[in-house]
Ligand binder design. Sequence first.
Ligand code: GLP
Length: 259
Amino acid sequence: MAEVVIVTSKDDAGALVADEIGGLVVRRPDAVLGLATGSTPLPVYDALRPGLRGVDVSRVRGFALDEYVGLDPAHPESYRSVIAREVVEPLGLDPARIRTPDGDLAGIATAGERYEREITAAGGVDLQLLGIGTDGHIGFNEPGSSFASLTRVKTLTAQTRADNARFFDSVDDVPRHCITQGLGTILRARHLVLIAFGEAKADAVAGAVEGPVSAMLPGSAIQLHPHTTVVLDEAAASRLRLADYYRYTWEHKPDWQGL
Ligand code: GLP
């Protein structure tokens, strides 16, 4: 099962995950990070400033989970721009080592395959950060996504477009298509770290962690992974049946065990 850690604040979540990433980069200076967008991972990126807590990040590599299709990469809300602004620049990563799926319409038919080849050539992702959508999506794998799926184009649901409308002038400006790592791609990462905050995520979190494994709730794919850490605030954890057990387990965690 996933290790569930219930924290009291977003800052605590950020510090916990940032420590794990810092340790990884010390052990493996050319670590491959799986980068997530959305508001959820921001406390992690904040806690990593400046420059991964003094750790040399010059060789760190990174792959974003997803991108909008047909949105100018220079648009401030393209995930390429978001990753550059919120991760690459503040943490001092080498932009040449950070990749985002190519959402350009011109090459879209082969973009998924090309991205998969790049991830494989990098040796795979060491630590994959994940948020979760209110409908249970991870990356942009909407309900119904195959657990075997690799990077490909998906159609966004009305709910996801509405959720993401806050980043655009109106919901009509939110692209209809995206290119996202598949659930199969995500499951190949060596360590998954899913983070969620707030009441609005409580149902999706409960389904992902404790619900039946089902393509209807793509986040439940984490149950198929041997090494997943789920970091939640109290509100996001509020519908977990085993919350007390997770707290007890965390409190009595052996010192020698990492995340
Ligand atoms: C988007 C991203 C997901 C992210 C989700 C939740 O749809 N593609 O990777 O997990 O939003 O976003 P937030 O963290 O802002 O709630």
